[in-house]
Design a protein. Structure first.
Length: 724
């Protein structure tokens, strides 16, 4: 036996010591096994082993300190609970190419000498507790200089402190991803990354640089502009000051992510102009927790901003930007969120902004803007909230479009407004040209009034219909509540059994009271295979969707409990009438749905499914539609929940999906069982099964369905004339 590979099988249990009897083994690949216990000593005696991979298990214990596995090429132990130091014998594995021990509990000083590992291309040591806070904690960086093939170096979420070593600029010219975020580095960026051109040139292949959440200070090095392949740059949550260097706009590949928020940057002179080919999340703003330290960006907004065709979110609030809002801003046709609040902009709102037809949140408040409310704002059907308060606008406030809902707009602090909804209590607008109006024949007035009313009614009908079906993206103004483990513990009375209201494969759901609001808290079973991916999938889905027939997410929590164990939880709006499954299959005689209620629930679910498939960007597959995932509120309105298996359609469809998990038996299409591609038709199939279950009261896995009889066949045979 030379190769033993059995990835993603839910065996569980411990690794048998007898595995070490296969002396010819060169590969062990058992990731996602749900394995527990320690790694047997006999494994380390397999002297021919070159590929050793045990990621995503629950393995504990330490790695041996004596020399082992001399021919190792690939070592992958991420996502376990291993402790102790990373053994020095790894220095002698001269053939090692891939070292990945992320997300464990390794600790202490890194004493590995990487000088002998000349073929290594990936070193992933993040999310551990390396470092003692001593000046030589990062000394091992010096030994990486000869690693000419190094492509990825991840040292994030550790306890490294002090200044970054200058030798970091002498790393391999093949390095594409450097992640040092969420440590305790302080001081200036080292000269090797800063003012020495030759040294920065050595990092010309860098595509991702993460230095966020440290205490780095002084200026952002202008020579970062020489890293022409850089596509992602995270410098947020530091103490950088001074101007944003103009050289950043010379980075042609910087098209995916740029985050400079929560620093002390002071100007927008020589502004950043990024010509993007795909979506860019651009953050040039930032609050610093409760102290609200703003940037002090000044000057005018450059006309080049209109070249950001795929920009979806732009927030330049609370700065000192002045001048007119450039008409070129209308070229940002993909904008969904635009916030220019708290600046010194003046003049009229340019009519070119009407091109931003997808914008859902527009905040122009607290500026010096003037003129009338642009008419095009009434016609932006996706606009959910507009804030024009505290400017110098004048004229009549409209009563259609977004202005038909008092809670969807604000015009406070504009002294020369009139008209609008009665709730605004604004003065009536003066009528003009009264004499001319009196000369109109009565029949002309009647025709004009009738046609106008008809047009308005048609517009309102179409608008309401479109608004109901259009994606209701979460307003970026809404901030998710921040909750800690202690708050959730208190809210659920210590996650007591008395508060347990549901349990599934990936988590338990508890009833709780948070800030005087009754909520449902789903605690993820992290020991279960796929639970972490399910949590990530839910977070990604919930951050993109909102609909009256989807369960409302309140917040999420990723923390540690009082024993140091990781905790991941989701907090939902509480649904007092439980799940559709309870109403269909409860033994209580009072839990019965009449025909009208059943049809109404099915319509609600269909509406939610139509929204997910046809009106989300990107479209979302639910992948687990069944009665237990449909919750009912006080008014028996159905809300679809549990997006743990959700999948995005489109270019990034594989990024947030839970691969290998394809729904629930009985509800998932049979072709999913043989590995067929997931499509929206699969959700429609599940909806069909759900419809039959709601109307017949029988589960698709009922004991009567044997020998070829299925729920579908059962319903088909029950109809007298075999209708479709």
């Amino acid at each position: 036996m030379k190769v033993f590979s059995a990835n993603d099988n839910p065996f569980g249990g411990s690794i048998p010591d007898t595995l070490g009897h296969w002396k010819s083994l060169i590969e062990i690949d058992c990731g996602g096994y749900n394995l527990s216990g320690i790694i047997p000593q006999s494994i380390y005696n397999l002297s021919l082993l070159t590929y050793f991979s045990l990621p995503e298990n629950q393995l504990i214990g330490t790695l041996p300190l004596v020399t082992m596995l001399p021919y190792l090429v690939y070592l992958q132990l991420w996502g376990n609970q291993l402790t102790g130091p990373l053994p020095r014998w790894i220095s002698n594995c001269s053939k090692l190419q891939h070292l990945e021990v992320t997300a464990n509990y390794f600790s202490g000083k890194l004493t590995i000498d990487f000088a002998k590992l000349k073929d290594i291309y990936q070193i992933s040591l993040g999310v551990n507790t390396f470092g003692f806070g001593e000046t030589d904690d990062m000394k091992f960086i010096d030994t990486l200089i000869n690693c000419s093939r190094l492509d990825v170096l991840l040292l994030d979420d550790c306890k490294f402190q002090g200044a970054l070593p200058t030798s970091i600029g002498n790393l391999s010219d093949q390095l594409s991803f450097l992640h040092l975020g969420r440590n305790h580095f302080s001081g200036n960026l080292p000269s090797s990354i800063g003012p020495i051109p030759d040294a920065i040139g050595n990092l010309s292949s860098l595509t991702k640089l993460w230095l966020n959440s440290n205490k780095l200070e002084w200026h952002i090095p202008s020579l970062l502009g020489n890293c022409h392949n850089l596509s992602m740059l995270y410098l947020d949550h530091n103490e950088f000051s001074g101007p944003i260097p103009k050289q950043l706009h010379q980075i042609p590949a910087l098209t995916i992510a740029l985050n400079l928020s929560q620093n002390n940057l002071i100007s927008l002179t020589n502004p950043i102009v990024l010509l993007v080919s795909k979506e860019l999340f651009c953050y040039l703003f930032g609050y610093r927790d409760s102290t609200r330290i703003y940037h002090n960006l000044f000057g005018s907004l450059p006309i080049e901003v209109g070249e950001l065709k795929m920009l979806s979110s732009l927030d330049l609030s609370h700065n000192n930007l002045s001048g007119n809002i450039p008409s070129s801003l209308g070229g940002c046709t993909s904008l969904v969120f635009l916030n220019l609040r708290g600046n010194l902009f003046q003049g009229m709102v340019p009519s070119s902004l009407s091109s931003m037809r997808g914008v859902s949140t527009l905040d122009l408040s607290h500026n010096n803007l003037s003129g009338k409310i642009p008419q095009f704002l009434e016609q932006l059907t996706l606009l959910e909230y507009v804030d024009l308060s505290f400017n110098d606008f004048e004229g009549e406030v409209p009563v259609i479009g977004v202005f038909a809902n008092e809670s969807a707009f604000s015009v406070l602090g504009n002294r020369r407004f009139c008209g609008g909804l009665p709730e605004l209590e604004l003065p009536k607008c003066r009528e003009t040209h009264d004499k001319h109006k009196k000369r109109f024949p009565l029949f002309v007035i009647l025709i004009l009034v009738t046609s106008t009313l008809f047009t308005i009614l048609c517009f309102v009908y179409v608008w309401c219909k479109k608004r109901k079906s259009q994606p209701s993206q979460l307003s970026r103004n809404e901030q998710f509540m921040k909750v800690s483990y202690a708050q959730l513990l208190k809210a659920t009375n210590g996650f007591s059994q008395a508060n347990l209201i549901g349990e599934g494969g990936f988590g338990s759901v508890y009833k709780g009271v948070l800030d005087d609001t009754t909520v449902a808290v789903k605690v993820v079973h992290q020991q279960n295979r796929g639970a972490h991916r399910s949590f990530i999938a839910e977070c990604e889905a919930w951050r993109n969707i909102r609909h009256r027939n989807l369960l409302k997410i309140i917040t999420s929590c990723s923390s540690v409990d009082f024993q140091g164990n990781h905790l991941k939880a989701l907090v939902y709006e509480f649904m007092p009438n439980g799940s559709l499954h309870d109403w269909l299959h409860s033994s209580s005689s009072t839990s019965r749905l009449n025909l009208l209620q059943r049809i109404k629930i099915l319509l609600d679910v269909a509406s939610a499914l139509d929204y997910l498939h046809n009106h989300c960007q990107p479209s979302i597959l639910h992948c687990d539609l069944k009665p237990s995932n449909i919750l009912l509120d006080d008014d028996m309105v159905a809300h679809v929940g549990d997006f743990g298996l959700a999948r995005f359609l489109g270019a990034n469809s594989n990024k947030n999906s839970t691969s290998g998990i394809r729904g629930t038996i009985g509800y998932a299409p049979t072709e999913y069982g043989v590995g067929s591609k997931m499509t929206s038709s699969g959700d429609v199939y599940s909806f069909g099964i759900l419809l039959l279950e709601v109307m017949t009261g029988k589960r698709p896995t009922d004991n009567i369905f044997i020998e070829g009889l299925t729920l579908h066949r059962f319903a088909y045979m029950a109809l007298p004339d075999h209708q479709m």
